[in-house]
Design a protein around this ligand. Structure first.
Ligand code: BEZ
Length: 247
């Protein structure tokens, strides 16, 4: 399942992702001169905010298109997959917003984060937790089930519970300062159709154009009673926000 990213489509229709990033930036609380890794930096919108707070930031993302957009902002950034980080004892903190749910090899990600951090370094992040986009995932599952010709629905996301992620962090040598699951219904100014086009292209990549249209229309029809609220589309986001320290 490989999701494809188009940075300009993302900047035009999904800028709300970075706009919701300030609570987790507050939790990171970057200090002047700190060296920080932004894991899954996307187009670099938050990376730039961290840099403007006086830290020295390096971004990594598995998408070339996103890294090009981050580099255009003048940021230090490179293409690197979150499950094969190649840093050793280099960073005061690793930060991640709205990216860890795309990294389904979470054990490799946590090992790489731990290796990248200096002793006592912080790992601070926010991503989709248990129940995130539940109505959307249910609808996608149902649409695949009712069209055998689409093949099997493979959920591309990792949305752990607090208990599960806490355990994983501890197993990788982190002390947890804070972890919480936060429901955050999120208005989608560009509508649900645009959200599906941006974020479910890995799920639909084997469908032909007619099947793809069927998928989009049927998912939209199924989620409308749950997510079209007072004339506006609202995604059923649930964030898992945490702050941990390498011990
Ligand atoms: C999220 O930020 O929670 C998310 C975004 C796209 C797909 C799935 C989850």
């Amino acid at each position: 399942m490989s999701q494809a990213w188009n940075a300009s489509q993302y900047i035009n229709h999904a800028s709300f992702v970075a706009e919701h990033g300030s609570p987790v930036l507050d939790l990171l609380n970057p200090k002047l001169g700190e060296r920080i890794l932004d894991l899954g930096c996307g187009d670099g919108a938050l990376t730039q905010d961290i840099e403007q707070m006086g830290a020295s930031v390096h971004g990594v993302d598995s998408s070339e298109s996103m890294i090009e957009a981050a580099q255009k902002r003048g940021l230090s950034a490179e293409v690197m997959s979150g499950d094969s980080l190649s840093f050793h004892n280099e960073f005061d903190a690793v930060f991640s917003n709205a990216a860890l749910h795309w990294m389904i090899n979470e054990e490799s990600v946590l090992s790489g984060v731990s290796n990248a951090l200096k002793p006592n370094g912080r790992f601070v992040g926010e991503f989709g937790g248990q129940g995130n986009v539940g109505a959307l995932v249910n609808a996608m599952t149902k649409v695949f089930e009712s069209h055998a010709e689409f093949g099997e629905f493979v959920n591309p996301w990792y949305f752990p519970s607090v208990e599960e992620y806490k355990q994983k962090l501890q197993d990788h040598g982190f002390h947890i300062h804070y972890i919480e699951l936060i429901p955050r219904p999120t208005p989608l100014e560009s509508g649900i159709g645009e959200w599906l086009k941006i974020f479910s292209n890995g799920i639909t990549k084997n469908l032909n154009p007619k099947q793809n249209d069927q998928f989009l229309n049927e998912v939209e029809y199924l989620v409308k009673p749950h997510l079209f609220i007072e004339g506006q589309w609202v995604a059923d986001y649930v964030r898992l926000r945490f702050s941990a320290q390498k011990v």
